[in-house]
Write a protein that binds this ligand. Structure first.
Ligand code: SF4
Length: 248
């Protein structure tokens, strides 16, 4: 039995060694080296979220050959953690190759973990290590950014039974009021996710009507800190939120 665990132990040991030396170079030698690589495999998307300017621009999907060479190149440059995004990455394919083929290939190349960012509308059928699903609030709030799809996304998460799912919640002028009710709902309904990661809306071209100023963000960050204290499932770290609030 012990012998059959050897490859897993070796993998863990190699990763530990990588991270120990990475942390040494980063903290002691102050060298900034690449670690996390993000790849938007397609910009096609089935949704039209408010404030989104990256979907359906007409840019062609990556081909399989380009995708593989891009991953190999990233790995050679030192990246070891990977996420696929889009558009909606679940829509990507090249012939018989699908996003799942890309996840498997990324692991074969040597990436330690592969994450997928999705809007959840096509289910969570992926072997990715972690799936990030976008949900910006409960019904009444959710559709103000993403359209009337809350029930479908909720069903995908509950029925998908993926072992590791987390929610991405984008705070903007329309979704800011929904933070705490959403967190309470996640907790009370035992929504099967690791927690909720909050981002603030970042406008692509100048400030738009969704943008929140630093003065408007500050009380929302305080609210998130209170939520952490109250044991609600916020993934953001306290330190990260305080740094965000400081503006540094
Ligand atoms: S799901 Fe993502 S890519 Fe698609 S429209 Fe919404 S924000 Fe844009």
């Amino acid at each position: 039995m012990a012998g059959s665990n050897l490859p897993a132990v070796k993998t863990m040991w190699n990763r530990l060694c990588f991270y120990l030396s990475f942390v040494w170079r980063f903290i002691i030698l102050r060298r900034q080296e690449p670690l996390i690589y993000g790849l938007a495999v397609t910009d096609r998307c089935n949704l039209e979220c408010r404030g989104c300017h990256v979907s359906n621009t007409g840019r062609p999907d990556m081909t399989w050959a380009r995708l593989v060479s891009t991953l190999q190149n990233a790995w050679r440059r030192g990246f070891r953690e990977l996420y696929f995004s889009g558009g909606e990455p679940m829509l990507w394919h090249d012939g018989k190759r699908s996003l799942e083929s890309a996840v498997i290939e990324a692991r074969r190349i040597g990436f330690f973990h592969v994450h997928v960012y999705t809007n959840g509308m096509f289910g969570l059928d992926t072997s990715a290590d972690l799936v990030w699903v976008s949900m910006d609030g409960l019904p009444g709030t959710f559709e103000r950014r993403r359209g009337n799809h809350f029930a479908q996304v909720e069903r995908a998460v509950r029925e998908g039974r993926h072992p590791k799912v987390a929610v991405i919640y984008v705070i903007d002028s329309h979704t800011a009021a929904g933070i705490e009710p959403f967190l309470r709902w996640v907790q009370e309904t035992k929504f099967p996710v690791m927690g909720v990661m909050f981002y603030f809306h970042t406008p692509y071209y100048g400030r738009d009507e969704l943008f929140l100023t630093a003065e408007q963000r500050a009380p929302l960050i305080d609210q998130l800190l209170d939520c952490i204290r109250a044991g609600l499932p916020v993934i953001n770290s306290r330190a990260g939120l305080l740094a965000l609030k400081s503006g540094h």
